[in-house]
Design a protein around this ligand. Structure first.
Ligand SMILES: Nc1nc2c(ncn2[C@@H]2O[C@H](COP(=O)(O)OP(=O)(O)OP(=O)(O)O)[C@@H](O)[C@H]2O)c(=O)[nH]1
Ligand SMILES: [Mg+2]
Length: 288
């Protein structure tokens, strides 16, 4: 049984016993919520159930949702149609950054943000990364600003902001390299991109979105910790939330680092990006 089936089965039992709470604790940990949060949540739930005389798993599930809800910070994608919006897509290798850039452009267009939307190919580390973004740009009708493999990501962003100003674009989406030799390297590169934005762009709306792979559990927590302690992250795109993902990490990154999940990546197609919806998420995580 996968995680979601197990949690559903737990709440479909007829009795709420001490054993149910113990199993719930284990299941929440298995679901990537983190051990300390699982203990805290189940303790609170036990107390609430005792105090309110709750005896059925079904009612306990409702209470569990109420307890989890305040842990989850939410934020919409922040788009200001009066200004230029610059979105930096960050994250380690292979989490889904480039795909998320493409999906975000499609989502933006579907939500009334007009072309030209500009992609900045700031992942200059891999030659193939630039090509990949160019292909997405062609398919999506977005303009791609790129330089050669190995060039300075800051210079690419600089050019992209220039192009946005000239073409009256409202949205620049910057793909970045996922490599992370050391925290100092990461910090230096991101500080440089920040400097470009502040020097070049002037009055803009600027967001840094961290892409995490929902199937990687504790690894993703570590990535969130490193990025968040290096630069200010505004929100998370939880990619690969489809299929094997258990989903508890959304609560964990929110509670631990104060990071809201802004979008869920739910597949490999352009349309597979959904704004985070807390009710749907809770129904999905503990069943409805
Ligand atoms: N199932 C699923 N697959 C995804 C999702 N997002 C990305 N992928 C897949 O994950 C793989 C890596 O995606 P990329 O967008 O290339 O990841 P990246 O972070 O840009 O990778 P690097 O540039 O190598 O650091 C690709 O095969 C994508 O199709 C998602 O939401 N769901
Ligand atoms: Mg990439």
């Amino acid at each position: 049984m996968n995680f979601k089936d197990k949690i559903k089965a737990l709440f479909h039992r007829s009795q709420l016993s001490e054993e149910t709470f113990e199993e719930l604790e284990d299941l929440l940990i298995e679901g990537d919520i983190g051990a300390s949060i699982a203990f805290e949540v189940v303790d609170t739930l036990k107390n609430v159930c005792r105090k309110e005389g709750i005896s059925t798993p079904e009612e306990a599930r409702g209470k569990l949702k109420e307890i989890l809800r305040p842990f989850i910070k939410i934020a919409d994608f922040d788009f200001d149609d009066k200004r230029l919006n610059i979105v930096l897509i960050l994250g380690v290798n292979g989490v889904g950054k480039t795909t998320s850039c493409a999906k975000l452009a499609r989502w933006a267009e579907n939500n009334g943000i007009e072309q030209p939307i500009i992609f900045a190919a700031c992942d200059t580390f891999r030659a193939a990364a630039i090509e990949q973004l160019k292909i997405h740009g062609q398919r999506l009708g977005a303009r791609v600003i790129a330089q050669q493999h190995g060039s300075d990501p800051g210079a690419v962003l600089w050019d992209a902001i220039d192009a946005a100003r000239k073409n009256n674009a409202r949205l620049v989406i910057a793909d970045t390299a996922g490599r992370m030799h050391t925290r100092a390297d990461l910090l230096r590169e991101l500080e440089k991109l920040d400097r470009v934005v502040s020097q070049k762009a002037g009055d803009v709306s600027y967001q840094r979105l961290l892409v995490l792979d929902a199937t990687t559990g504790q690894n993703a927590m570590r990535q969130a910790e490193i990025f968040n302690s290096s630069v200010k992250i505004d929100g998370v795109i939880m990619a690969k939330y489809d299929s094997a993902s258990k989903g508890g990490m959304i609560i964990a990154v929110s509670k631990q680092f104060g990071l809201p999940t802004v979008f869920l990546g739910t597949g490999e197609k352009y349309g597979d990006l959904e704004p985070f919806d807390i009710d749907r998420y809770l129904d999905d995580f503990v069943g409805d």
